[in-house]
Write a protein that binds this ligand. Structure first.
Ligand code: XMP
Length: 532
């Protein structure tokens, strides 16, 4: 399969580069610059390489770099921002602080010699009438690009030709067509660069010679075939949480290594209504005896008895999870690797470079260290959530599993204030299911709002009510619905009153024990999405 390598030097937009190339129909994967040698890179058979941006200065000691022979390896390279400076630096050009100071934001890009022409740089022998720069096919002579840099390429290396400038940056684009090396000081991957996508398309098709045709659905097939090779003869253990990521990882691994995959699904008794059965229904037919469902609810609820402090609840659940998992793993005999559903944003959040870092708040984050696994397999580490979902659907996983909203590892424990009891968990499961069902139905039939996460919280506030001729003294249920892009900040969703009224009526009518329903109108910040 043809593929492009995005060699990551720590830029802010690296993931966007890979995404844009994939959306142009060619598979692209990101690797930290330090994780690959030149020979390792060559062995992977990339059609082209992109050097990304990054925060460093190429001329500082210890700055991220790569084997200079990459430039003569016969593989097309596109350098972007830091990557452009690195390319120039490795090829013998001069890089230094931009004389006109740092340039940030919108800039007017002007192609040298008009749309088709190329102008000589400082390279001896370059002539002003050289071949048109392939990156700029179909790009007008003047357009807008987006810059973000403090250094610049002051002098082009030998053999390179200037292709475009901005008022603040003479060498905004340059190239050496004989070696298929191309460099852009600006960022083609951001939408503010008017013809940026066109430039990336030109790179992968005209320069790298890709034929395209790849779609996000192909992720599934290509990952499965890669895993099959990498895990030949190995036994792999996966902690299946029932969330989207671990479910998709499980299905990919199952297809790749069959019964050498064992999935342990720990039901801590704090899942949403019907969730444990949903996971089992989806995976039992696929995994058979390779799925171990551990009902550890007694154990978890026992340890949580009498605990009201949220942090203590989280700690107990994390520890207990590891203990149960260790016990189950201990019964399985030799296992070669632990698999996890880490996705690309998890890696970005944990800091990049070097070996894969396991996110500390990942549900099974403590496992690899505690269990001494020498090998960690992360089949989804290149993908974004929407790509993971698409792969899951492609693999035939049920839509209700694949399209579900995020659910915290500690489960309903962080949605019950005060002490947790089996009865409280049951009340919350019932009420939460009603709320989610009504929102889903409303969105399907009427729409009119966007809801990224919605759930119920059982508070420990009880209040007086009246039903029939009787006094009630039930719990207060809080409904939470937020609109957010990244869950770092969130706004409460302005839900229609009639929807809230219907939910309130159903919950108080169908879930005895809850006598009052309130709607949470807090945004994040100052609140968080979860209550605890
Ligand atoms: P907060 O409450 O921090 O939540 O605003 C942001 C997002 O993270 C989810 N969340 C968790 N996910 N383990 C997880 O896997 C956790 O411990 C955890 N706590 C919060 C939350 O549901 C929301 O989507």
């Amino acid at each position: 399969m043809e593929k492009i390598l995005v060699l990551d030097f720590g830029g802010q937009y690296d993931q966007l580069i890979a995404r844009r190339i994939r959306s142009a129909g060619v598979y692209a994967e990101i690797e930290p610059y330090s994780s690959l040698s030149l020979s390792g890179l060559k062995a992977r058979g990339y059609s082209g390489i992109v050097f990304t941006g990054g925060p460093d200065s190429v001329y500082e000691p210890g700055a991220p770099s790569f084997d200079p022979e990459i430039l003569g390896a016969g593989i097309p390279v596109l350098g972007i921002c830091y990557g452009a400076q690195l390319m120039a630096f490795l090829a013998g050009g001069e890089v230094g602080p931009a004389e006109s100071g740092s340039e940030y934001g919108r800039a007017e890009l002007r192609l040298c010699g008009g749309e088709a022409g190329a102008e000589s740089g400082s390279a001896p022998g370059a002539d002003g009438g050289g071949p048109a720069c392939a990156l700029f096919e179909g790009v007008p002579a003047e357009s807008v690009c987006w810059m973000s840099h403090t250094d610049c390429v002051r002098e082009l290396p030998e053999g390179f030709v200037r292709a475009a400038s901005t008022p603040g940056c003479l060498n905004a684009a340059f190239y050496d067509p004989s070696r298929s090396l191309y460099a852009l000081q600006f960022h083609p991957e951001v939408t503010h660069t008017e013809f940026g996508q066109r430039m990336l398309v030109n790179f992968v098709y005209s320069v790298c010679g890709c034929s395209g045709g790849w779609t996000a659905g192909d992720i599934a097939a290509s990952t499965v075939s890669r895993l099959r090779e990498e895990l030949a003869g190995k036994r792999v253990l996966l902690a299946l949480s029932g969330g989207v990521d671990s479910s998709v990882a499980a299905e990919m691994l199952r297809r790749a290594i069959g019964d050498r995959l064992v999935c342990v699904f720990v039901d801590h008794g704090l899942l949403r209504k019907g969730e444990a059965d949903l996971v089992e229904r989806a995976f039992r037919p696929r995994l058979g005896g390779g799925l171990i469902r551990v009902d550890a609810s007694e154990r978890f609820l026992g340890r949580l008895a009498g605990v009201a402090d949220p942090e203590e609840k989280r700690k107990i659940i994390g520890e207990e999870f590891i203990r149960v998992f260790e016990e189950e793993a201990g019964k399985l005999g030799h296992i070669d690797a632990l698999a996890q559903g880490t996705i690309y944003p998890d890696i970005v959040e944990s800091g990049k470079g070097g070996a894969a870092v396991i996110k500390s708040h990942h549900n099974v984050g403590g496992l690899p260290e505690r269990m001494g696994f020498s090998e960690i397999v992360e089949p989804l580490r290149m993908l974004f959530k929407d790509e993971v979902r698409q792969a899951g659907l492609e693999l035939g996983l049920p839509e209700e599993l694949v399209m579900r909203q995020p659910f915290p590892g500690p489960g309903l424990a962080v949605r019950i204030t005060g002490e947790i009891t089996r009865e409280k968990v049951r009340l919350l499961q019932e009420a939460d299911a009603i709320f989610r069902e009504e929102i889903d139905a409303f969105l399907r039939t009427e729409g009119g709002f966007r809801a990224d996460q919605y759930f119920a919280v059982l508070t420990d506030t009880r209040s007086v009510g009246v039903m029939g001729d009787y006094r009630t003294f039930g719990y207060t249920l809080a409904l939470r619905c937020v609109t957010t892009d990244d869950f770092m900040t969130a706004e409460f969703t302005r839900l229609p009153w009639d929807l809230l009224e219907r939910v309130s009526g159903r919950v108080t009518g169908e879930v005895p024990g809850i006598s009052r329903v309130v709607y949470d109108v807090s945004s994040k910040p100052p609140a968080t999405v979860e209550w605890l």
